[in-house]
Write a protein that binds this ligand. Structure first.
Ligand code: FAD
Ligand code: NAD
Length: 159
């Protein structure tokens, strides 16, 4: 099957955008990821999927700790920066949660420790046990069909 067809199909599933962060050799590192999912409530587990070409892979494998930063609608530049898509220098001032670097202004900062790793094709799935959470009010940055979006209006559609 053609890669583009697969990516176009996966892009029809609209997601939020996260930046996965960790501290490696006393420096903060981040990587943009939309392959993020809640896994279990008891215990509280989440999953992120990291491509084997990403430099972040060795860092998370070594530290076994990471944070998920769920981006707000005004943080597109963070997403582009941590995906290597921003040419301009963007100075990032990290905060700390549970000893991990996290992004100020993220809708949620979630600190985790790796409890298992699963190699699947050209990605590795990292199951993270949630250690701490910090929330902020705001609207999400969305990713759909390979482009960024924001909510047109915040309208809750009830059943
Ligand atoms: P690096 O080149 O090491 O880092 C990426 C960028 O982050 C660089 O520009 C670097 O300067 C910057 N950076 C890192 N740390 C810091 C710091 N402390 N201060 C300032 N800048 C810093 N890939 C996946 O594997 N899984 C996904 O789920 C996924 N989802 C994505 C979703 C979206 C919307 C996008 C745009 C990309 C996604 N990617 C995903 C691709 C991934 O973000 C890129 O391939 C990424 O560049 C790979 O990271 P790296 O560790 O190899 O890059
Ligand atoms: P795109 O059209 O490539 O992405 C649409 C969707 O396809 C994504 O939301 C994701 O679900 C899927 N996808 C894309 N690349 C993938 C990969 N290598 N492995 C597994 N699933 C993948 O959107 P775009 O704007 O061209 O993406 C920008 C860059 O970020 C591209 O280089 C893309 O490969 C990368 N990206 C990677 C992942 C991932 O590794 N899981 C996810 C999103 C984007």
């Amino acid at each position: 099957m053609d890669d583009r067809l697969f990516r176009n199909a996966m892009g029809k599933f609209s997601t939020g955008v996260t930046v996965i962060t960790t501290e490696f050799e006393n420096a903060p590192h981040g990587m943009t990821a939309n392959a993020f999912m809640s896994v279990s409530l008891d215990p509280k587990l989440i999953v992120v999927s990291i491509g084997h070409k990403a430099r972040f892979l060795e860092k998370i494998k070594t530290t076994q700790r990471f944070a998920v930063n769920i981006l707000s609608e005004n943080q597109k530049e963070y997403s582009m920066k941590f995906a290597g898509q921003l040419k301009d220098d963007l100075e990032i001032k990290f905060e700390t949660l549970d000893g991990l670097p996290v992004l100020p202004g993220a809708l949620a900062q979630i600190s985790c420790e790796v409890v298992s790793e699963h190699v699947e094709g050209d990605h590795t799935l990292f199951i993270g046990k949630v250690l701490d959470i910090k929330l902020e009010e705001g609207n999400p940055l969305l990713f759909f069909s390979g482009q960024y979006h924001q909510l047109a209006e915040v309208e809750v559609i009830s059943s």
